[in-house]
Design a protein around this ligand. Structure first.
Ligand SMILES: Nc1nc2c(ncn2[C@@H]2O[C@H](COP(=O)(O)OP(=O)(O)O)[C@@H](O)[C@H]2O)c(=O)[nH]1
Ligand SMILES: [Mg+2]
Length: 322
């Protein structure tokens, strides 16, 4: 792959941006090296965006929401990047590509960049690539980043850990358990938006909204932000301006208290910690002595000839010798 010019990414050249992302997604060591150099060169130009995570069970309307919300953002003069974390996607350009049909208008817009979820590898690997893609998009001048999660596996937690504002889309009616929302997700939400508040759904959506409003007031009571419960119709484009103004209030108020930057710093530190763990694991997997000895040690542990602790220590010693 030819060297990619950091300046052409900064200038907003779509082809350069796409190539740069492909580079970060590659697992070839030479590509990773190039990608890191590029990211380092571009780092000073990153961060100038609002990063919004959008989560919710399949069918709740995330893609429809992004299609409509994205257009609202464009009309307000923003440049929008749409990314995804979908660990279940087996091939390059998995579900979000299929979703492009739901983002039909948006995907044709000049100031929109839609990138399907990176494929392959662990959830941690997929999330890592999405984080780097986010930085590249910021350097290219996209000032609102929407990160969709499919609501499968632990992807929501990964997305919540990489955005400034984490939003949970909900269906009208039923509690979060009924809706199949995983434990711990509601607690991470900065806003909950009951979608499909239109037609017959409107009345139920209003009831669901007040239900969550009272639940939320008990749930989280942090000084920096009180989670908001809203409702909208992504299909009919109703209530989306309220979602946007809520996000803007969040940014204004958390910037003034310093929480906005604090959240990002914390995320970066945790990201680094995750990387250290991932790299150590990779070293273990690549270590010849470990590859040879591990089955032997496992068998000895199974046969209760040595303790798991002693075996684990032996593995680490092998790593030290390398
Ligand atoms: N009535 C109604 N239907 C909606 C709304 N938003 C999405 N849908 C429909 O719900 C289905 C799933 O939407 P989609 O955006 O693919 O959901 P995702 O799986 O969360 O991305 C589609 O048939 C949409 O047309 C809405 O606001 N109102
Ligand atoms: Mg979707």
């Amino acid at each position: 792959m030819p060297q990619i010019d950091a300046n052409s990414v900064r200038a907003g050249n779509r082809r350069s941006l796409a190539k740069a992302i492909t580079l970060t997604e590659s697992s070839l060591p030479a590509h990773r090296e190039q990608a890191q150099q590029l990211l380092e060169a571009l780092l000073p130009y990153t961060g100038n965006s609002i990063r919004i995570g959008i989560s919710g069970v399949p069918g709740v309307g995330k893609s429809t929401f992004i299609e409509s919300f994205g257009q609202l953002l464009l009309a307000a003069g923003h440049r929008v990047a749409v990314l995804a974390v979908d660990p279940s996607s087996p091939v390059a350009g998995g579900s979000i590509m299929g979703d492009k049909t739901r983002m039909e208008q948006l995907s044709r817009e000049e100031n929109v960049f839609i990138r399907p979820t990176p494929s392959g590898g662990t959830l941690g690997g997929v999330a890592q690539k999405t984080r780097e893609t986010m930085l590249l998009c910021e350097a290219a001048g996209y000032d609102v980043i929407l990160v969709e999660t499919v609501g499968v596996g632990q992807s929501e937690f990964q997305v919540a850990g990489m955005v400034d504002f984490f939003m949970l889309l909900m269906l009208p009616g039923g509690g979060d358990e009924l809706q199949g929302i995983k434990k711990g997700i509601v607690e991470l939400a900065d806003a909950m938006v009951i979608n499909k508040s239109d037609g017959d759904g409107e009345r139920i959506a209003a009831a669901t909204q007040s239900q969550y409003q009272s639940a939320f007031s008990l749930l989280r009571n942090e000084a920096h932000w009180t989670p908001v419960v809203m409702r909208c119709s992504a299909l009919k484009k109703v209530g989306l301006d309220e979602v946007w103004s809520t996000i803007q209030s969040y940014v204004t108020s958390t910037r003034s208290t310093g929480f906005f930057e604090h959240r990002r710093s914390t995320q970066n530190r945790e990201w680094m910690q995750q990387l250290v763990q991932a790299m150590l694991l990779q070293r273990l997997k690549d270590n010849e002595a470990v590859i040879a000895e591990l089955p032997v040690l496992e068998a000895e542990v199974e046969a209760q000839h040595i303790t798991p602790y002693a075996a684990a220590r032996r593995v680490i010693e092998l790593l030290d010798k390398a």
